[in-house]
Design a protein around this ligand. Structure first.
Ligand SMILES: Nc1ncnc2c1ncn2[C@@H]1O[C@H](COP(=O)(O)OP(=O)(O)OP(=O)(O)O)[C@@H](O)[C@H]1O
Length: 237
């Protein structure tokens, strides 16, 4: 399968601390990948480097042949803890704003995506009045508004109710069925396994496991994850 992004011996150092250590990772076209790990494992840092929002301290990041950095950025939709939404605008105004940033103007797609995230009936209300679940669904719509092939999602399900979770899961399943990929950062191993064909366990800046989700048992993955979390806790005692 064609590799769309490759990381070789990647390192990230901040405040003299190695937060990522010799990361090797190849992301293939249409692949759905979970980054799983405890607090401080380096998941968000790695995602920011892949989004080209952070520069690695060492190592190499290569894009597919012919893909410039701008093209890569334009083909990415990101959902990070900061929603990037404007509270004083309505949902539809937010989506128009972000579509324009990407040089697009497609009102029909905005209606379509608002429908998908079940916000059509409140599309003209100010985002400042939205619940957490509604905001997060709108964040997904914002990430998709320019129809990117790839999504980077940092804990998109955190603190959401079941309805919002199911809506977002459904969108991710459709995204994958259209041959598009995503990377999902998650603490929820079961959900990550259900949503991603490949699961990567990170600990203390290193990749500990990198397997097809179908080829490793959820229980043995959970055991490894749990023992790493316990090791972390003991370090703090
Ligand atoms: N800008 C920064 N300044 C200082 N330290 C940072 C910075 N960015 C990341 N770090 C440190 O790097 C380590 C990895 O952080 P990162 O946010 O990538 O972890 P994570 O796996 O996403 O954790 P969490 O699940 O808690 O979000 C942490 O110890 C964090 O304190």
């Amino acid at each position: 399968m064609v590799s769309i992004l490759e990381l070789q011996n990647l390192e990230f150092i901040i405040n003299e601390r190695k937060v990522l250590k010799s990361i090797n990772f190849s992301w293939r076209k249409g692949e759905t990948v979970a980054f799983i790990g405890g607090n401080g494992a380096g998941k968000s840092t790695l995602l920011k480097i892949i989004a080209l929002l952070s520069q690695p301290s060492d190592g190499k990041l290569s894009l597919a042949k012919g893909a410039s950095k701008n093209k890569w950025k334009n083909n990415l939709g990101v959902v990070f803890p900061d929603s990037f939404l404007h509270d004083s605008l309505t949902a539809i105004e937010n989506l128009r704003f972000y579509q324009q940033i990407y040089g697009k103007d497609d009102k029909r797609f905005i209606e379509h995506i608002l429908n998908k995230v079940q916000l059509v009936t409140v599309k003209d209300e100010l985002v400042g009045t939205y619940s957490k679940g509604m905001r997060q669904r709108l964040s997904i719509a914002r990430a998709l508004v320019h129809q990117p092939e790839y999504l980077l999602l940092d804990e998109p399900f955190d603190g959401l109710d079941l309805k919002s979770k199911m809506i977002i899961e459904d969108i991710l399943n459709v995204h994958e069925s259209q041959g598009n990929g995503y990377i999902l950062v998650s603490h929820d191993v079961k959900q990550a396994f259900d949503l991603c064909k490949r699961s990567i366990l990170l600990h203390d800046g290193e990749i500990i496991v990198d397997e097809k989700s179908s080829q490793i048992s959820l229980l043995s993955f959970l055991d490894k994850y749990q023992s790493l979390l316990e090791r972390n806790e003991n370090e703090f005692l």
